[in-house]
Design a protein around this ligand. Sequence first.
Ligand code: ZN
Length: 524
Amino acid sequence: MRMHHVTRLALSPGAKQWKCPALRPLGTVTAWQQHNTPSQSREHREPYPSSERRPSKSPRSSPNGNVRVSNPLRPKGALDIDRLYPPSYITTEVDGVQRVFASILLRDLCTCEMCVDVSTKQKLFSTVDIPLDVQGTARNTEDGVHIRWTNDIAGYGPEHVTHIPNASLQSIVEHGCATPEFKPPQRVLWEDKRFRADVQDMPYDAYMGDDATLHRAVRQLHTHGLLFLTNVPEAESSVATIAERIGPLKNTFYGMTWDVRSVPQAKNVAYTSQDLGFHMDLLYMKQPPHLQLLHCIRSSSVGGASLFTDSFRAASNLYLLHPNAFAALSTLQVDFHYNHPDSHYYRQSRSLIELKRLKLGPLKFGGLPAMLRAMEGENTIGPVTADAFGASDWIDAVSWAPPFQAPFSMLSTADVDNAVPWPFKAQALKVTEHALGDKVRRWHAAAQNFHGMIHESEGIYERMMKPGECVIFDNRRVLHARKAFEVGDAGKERWLRGAYIDRDPYMSKMRVLHDRFGSLQKER
Ligand SMILES: [Zn+2]
C-alpha cells in the first residue's frame, strides 16, 4: 500500500542517485517515510527506514583471483570498484601479516622530496596524475616498504622510490589513515558539584604569560567547556587580548568585540532587566562561534547572576532515558533566524543534537542510533550499546536558542532537499501539511524532555560574575543564561564585553599545545 511509494521512488529510472539504496547515507529519513510509517510501529522503526540495506556478512571473491581485502560489513550493492577500473594492488608485510594495499593509495602517500616540498610541505603532484593502473614492485625492509613504480606519473624517472614507514602501514590497517587524527582528551560531563570539584579559576597573568597554563586552559575548554579567568585588567581591550591568545577573533555584524550593557529601555520598566533563559549564540549562522568570551567590567549591585549548564550531559541522559526523544532531536531539523530584513537576514536549519558521523571500519553512520540500528543482530563483536561509547565520541554539538527559533519548515536542508529528488518533490509536497504537523509534534514532545533536563537544578552552575573576571565557554555545548538584575544609576550599569572565536583556530591551538605539553598532562 503506502510503502509502495517508497519502492517506486527507489526504482524509478529518473532517480539515478537512488538506484542503489546502500549509497544513500544511513540514518536519513525521507518525508515520505516519515509520513507513511504506520504509527504503531513508529516508536521502534523511526527514524530508520525499513527499506534500508543492512550490512552484509558475505565475503566477496574477486573475478581476477587477486587477493581481496573484503570487509564482512561491506553493504550489499556497494559499487564494485574492480569491475569499473583496473585492479592494481601491492602486497606487503605489516607486523608479520601479509596485507594488500591499492597501488594508487601507496603512490599517493609518497613523501619523498620529489613528491612533497620540503619547506612548504605541499604536495608536488596531483592525485589525478597517477595512472589508473599504476603498478610497482615492493621490497620489505626493517623500516617499511620501498616501492619502485613500473608506470609512474609522467616526469618521474626510474630513480623514484616511494618509502612508506611501517608505522604508516600499521596505522592504515588499524585506523584507516596513514596519519591518525589527533584525538582530543575525553570530555567530562558535569553537573554543578562535579564542575566545582574539577576545576579552579585561572589567573590572567598565568594564562597570558605561560604556555603550559594556556594549554591547561584550552584543554579545560574541551573537557568541561567552561573556564573562568580572574584578575583581568579593566581595559575594554582585555577580552580581545584574552581571545587572541587562542586565535583570531571572529568578526560578526556585532563587531570584533561587543557590549552586553543593559540600560533602561523605557521609563516604566522599573529599572529591572529581565531573566535571559538558557541559550547559545548565533545558531542562525552556518558556522556559529565555537568559543564565547565575556569579560565583566562592571557588575550590577543587585541580581544578574550568570548560569551555565552542560547540554552534553543533558543530551547523554536523554539518550539513556528517552531514546526516542534523542532520535527525534538528532534527526529533525529546526530553523533559527535573525530576522531584520532592513539590515540583516540570517537563517540556518540544524538538529537540536548534532551527531558526529561514526566510522566502523569502512562504514560510516549518521550517529550512534543509526549505527546501533544497522548493527542490530548482524555484528560479530557482540552487542553495541551506548555504554561502549562516551558521549564525547558521538555528540558533536547542541543547538538551543528558543528566542531565535524560526517557524517550522519542511524545507529545512535535511528534511526535504536532500531526501527527495526534484521530480518527486511536487508529489511529496501534497502531503506536506501532514508531514510538517507530524514533525512539529515529534520535535515538541522530545524538546520538552530536553528542556526539563537542562533545567535540572543539580546541573546548573551559578556564579555572580565580578569585575575583573572573564568567562570563556564552548558555545556549542555549554548553555548560558542570566538572572534578572536591577539596573544601577545611569553610567554605572552592568557591563560585560564579549568576543567570539571559531572552532578551527581553537582546535589548531589545542593540537599545537598538545604536541608540546601533552605528555605533562597525563596525571590529571
Ligand atoms: Zn615520491
